[in-house]
Design a protein around this ligand. Sequence first.
Ligand code: GLN
Length: 233
Amino acid sequence: MCRHAAWLGPTRSLTTLISDPEHGLLRQSYAPRLQKYGTVNADGFGFGWYDGSRPVRYRRTVPIWADANMPGLAAAARSSCLIAAVRSATVGMPIEETATAPFADGPWLLSHNGRVRREAVRPLAADAESVCDSAWLAAAVFTRLRDGLPLADVLPAVVRAAAEGDPEARLNLLVTGGSHLAAVAWGDTLFTHLEEGVLVASEPLDDRPGWRAVPDRSLLLASPDGVSVTPID
Ligand code: GLN
């Protein structure tokens, strides 16, 4: 199970998710505290931010701590919408950049924490950039977003369809669009922290009070207007 995190709010640098907090994704890559599946997240990492409305994405197959360029890049990458992920590849999945989150399409950036049988997701999209289960899930989401369906409808629909084909699937998804973000809790932990904006993360990035668990099987939507959590049934 990988770990992912996002920020929506006043402009901040990507270090907000990675290295500023004591238990940011850098620390979570080798010492996650709540991870139930897998122990370290050393099979690659990626992050994304927005230059105006244009997403910029960076991903590697090395552990996040092994990329000497990462600290400078993360400090310089500033945006009101940020996403980052560290990966623990599911057994049988390739270790390649195209299997590494965040996946990108148009304005969208997407990360998946979890595992799903590929037979359950392949029928949901025509093609994917990698054979990795997460790449197929991303393709299923992107196809529907490209058709103009709202994110708030697309995520529950894709999660329901994937879970129907694989009842054991773990489908924590995190999607940013530049001015808003959405996250699904389905089979693994998800937390939020409301401050001058909203932090969303697989597990708390630090020990400040105010981290709240998002109930399993629910959809979180965040925009400048606020945050809502609704059950996915
Ligand atoms: N199944 C995905 C992969 O192999 C995600 C893995 C995870 O969440 N640990 O990359």
